[in-house]
Design a protein around this ligand. Structure first.
Ligand code: PHE
Length: 349
């Protein structure tokens, strides 16, 4: 029976060499397939005499059984190897620290803008937004600043495509164009009431980005402003003083604060004043700090809003939210706000 043992050993070796289920099925065909070696042995039985047939048949069957056992064992082993490989590939190290998505937060200047909107909102002011690319008309001319006006030189800015050669479009140098844009809309909306002699008051703030050719520790080419406008039949400088004082005390959470309206000049207000504040205690105590420009809306501007300056009067102010943010948090370099350094910005959360 030596010959049969050789076949069984050859089969076992072939199965062992098979590294994949497909290899194994090929190896199986060599021994148990239609033309396989065991099948050939079976065919050889026919030629044997009857008495030898029986013992030879039994021996071949035994060999066949041994080969099938080896085949099944190898099948299981390969399945096990495959499973282990898969488990390893999909392994999850539960001891690794989790991947976290850092919690985002609002920029300190955005926090200030939200605060400004909330405070003025509580005083009945609407919030309006307008384009950062402006026309010469809204940024200057409608605000009583004609083309040859010297005040324009303080508002050097970035000119962009559009408009005319004499009056190209520009990045707005202040939020004051929103005075005109908002008022014109308001007038259109309340035409009937105005004709009947009773316009609902214009009371709005307009926060946003503004641009000038300016860059140092306290000036950035892009900065923020927040415009305020209150126009009605009987709105006076006294109201401006009241509203702005109330705003500053609420914003800085301090009654220990005085305001000064220092005479100034803006083409679109008359009279005009810079608003300075002074803390009476704390690290900034005793210094006058400029926070806004303001004044009574100039009759020419009221006219450009589509209103009769003999009937309607009011005030406007433009403040610097960047400045307010610096004062509130004690930051002394404006550029820090716009450098995008997360170590600085995350301190405000
Ligand atoms: N627009 C002015 C500036 O940017 C500020 C201002 C606004 C002054 C409204 C008066 C009234 O300097």
């Amino acid at each position: 029976m030596n010959e049969l043992n050789v076949v069984v050993d050859a089969a076992k070796a072939a199965f062992e060499r098979a590294g994949t289920p497909a290899d194994l099925e090929n190896a199986k065909a060599q021994f148990l397939g239609k033309t396989g070696r065991v099948t050939e042995l079976m065919k050889g039985l026919a030629a044997l005499p009857v008495d030898e047939k029986k013992s030879r048949g039994a021996a071949i069957n035994q060999a066949k059984q041994a080969i099938e056992d080896a085949l099944n064992a190898r099948r299981q082993a390969l399945a096990e190897i495959e499973l282990q490989a898969q488990l390893q590939a999909e392994a999850l190290d539960v001891t690794l620290p989790g991947r976290q998505r850092g919690a985002g937060g609002l920029h300190p200047v955005s926090l200030t803008l939200e605060r400004i909107e909330a405070i003025f909102g509580s005083m009945g002011f609407a919030v309006a937004q307008g384009p950062e690319i402006e026309t010469d008309w809204f940024n200057f001319t409608a605000l009583n600043t004609p083309e040859d006006h010297p005040a324009r030189s303080m508002h050097d800015t970035f000119y962009v495509e559009g408009g005319s050669a004499a009056a190209p479009n520009l990045l707005r140098t202040h939020t004051s164009p929103m005075q005109i844009r908002y008022a014109v809309q308001h007038v259109k909306k309340h035409q009937a009431a105005i004709a009947a002699g009773s316009m609902p008051e214009i009371r709005v703030i307009a926060p946003g980005r503004t641009y000038r050719v300016d860059s140092d520790a306290t000036h950035s080419p892009m900065f923020h402003q927040c415009e305020g406008l209150w126009v009605g039949e009987n709105v006076s400088f006294k109201d401006l003083k009241y509203v702005f004082t109330d705003f500053c005390r609420t914003f800085f959470e301090s009654d220990d604060l005085v305001l000064r309206f220092r005479p100034s000049f803006f083409p679109f207000t008359e009279p005009s004043a810079e608003i300075d504040i002074q803390f009476q205690s704390g690290p900034l105590a005793g210094r006058w700090l400029e926070v806004a420009g303001s004044g009574q809306v100039h009759p020419n501007v009221v006219r450009n809003m589509g209103l009769d300056p003999e009937k309607y009067i009011g005030f406007a102010f433009g403040m610097g939210p960047d400045r307010l943010t610096m004062l509130r948090y004690g930051v002394n370099d404006l550029r820090l706000f716009f450098d995008g350094d997360i170590r600085f910005l995350s301190q405000f959360q």
